[in-house]
Design a protein around this ligand. Structure first.
Ligand code: ATP
Ligand code: MG
Length: 255
């Protein structure tokens, strides 16, 4: 047994027509950490995230959360999908309350918690709106508030900002760091955007062909500040990762 918060050991998973979607992945994540998984389209990132969530179960190896095998989706874990997946017929606050209202009628403390999360995410004044009345970035914020409603200790995020413009993404990255720091939430974040991964993460892994081909601790100062993106140190880390992810480099990467 190790004392990692999330631990994957020699995890493999295949679909009938993609037999090595994830292959022999080892991953250790301490509580409160922010880890990013980078990789090109089709390399297995979403599959790995679903294995961490218990939405898929490994063909081989084991996924442990707080030392216990993950056998299905549980309350410790929140998931934010690539598309915000809001219900069009529910208001913002009712979308945020959905994880509770699927089980029981929300009580006043649930409403207060949902409102507090919307405030933290800058949507305090929009709780009565419907998803069609929100921008893409605002919809992403609602999806994050919804995932945080059950106070998950682990937040799994699958390219949540992929559809947004660069400035909105940067704003949301800062908000996400602040909110998860405030709540002590551990985050495993999938992206194909190198600068996003370096800005957010304490640790970045690069995936290719179902395997982790490279890992690196990101030792940039916290709290992150917008100016960091222009620093030589930041750009050197990005350049190194870009090199690792360049076509034909997978076999040459080392840990
Ligand atoms: N439900 C499925 N059934 C069959 N094959 C699948 C399924 N989901 C994914 N795959 C295949 O598994 C491999 C890994 O897919 P996955 O969705 O994990 O990639 P990804 O890295 O998240 O890609 P993207 O960046 O495009 O989202 C791909 O070859 C994909 O075609
Ligand atoms: Mg994916």
């Amino acid at each position: 047994m190790d004392d990692s918060f999330l631990s994957m050991r020699q995890v493999s998973f295949g679909y009938p027509d993609a037999p090595v979607a994830v292959s022999q992945v080892d991953w250790l994540m301490p509580a409160g950490a922010f880890h990013c998984l980078l990789g090109r389209s089709g390399c297995g990132k979403s599959t790995l995230l679903k294995l961490a969530a218990g939405l898929l179960l490994p063909d081989a190896g084991v996924v442990l959360l707080e030392g216990e095998p993950v056998r299905g989706p549980g309350p410790v874990t929140g998931f934010v999908f690539q598309a915000p997946t809001l219900l069009e017929w529910l208001s913002v606050i009712d979308n945020v309350l959905l994880p509770v209202s699927l089980k029981r009628p929300p009580d006043p403390s649930d409403f207060a918690h949902a409102r507090a999360l919307l405030d933290e995410l800058g949507l305090g004044s929009m709780q009565g709106r419907y998803p069609s009345q929100l921008s893409g970035g605002q919809q992403s914020r609602v999806a994050i508030a919804r995932a945080l409603l059950t106070r998950p200790r682990l937040l799994l995020m699958d390219e949540p900002f992929a559809a947004l413009d660069a400035l909105t993404r940067e704003e949301l990255q800062a908000t996400l760091l602040a909110v998860c720091g405030q709540h002590g939430t551990s985050v495993l974040f999938v992206t194909h955007d190198i600068a996003e991964a370096v800005y957010l993460a304490d640790h970045v892994a690069v995936m290719d062909g179902g395997r982790i081909i490279f890992e690196q601790a990101i030792v940039l100062p916290r709290p992150r500040s917008p100016g960091l993106r222009h620093s030589a140190q930041f750009n050197a880390v990005c350049a190194r990762l870009r090199q690792i992810m360049a076509p034909g480099q997978a076999g040459r990467a080392c840990r």
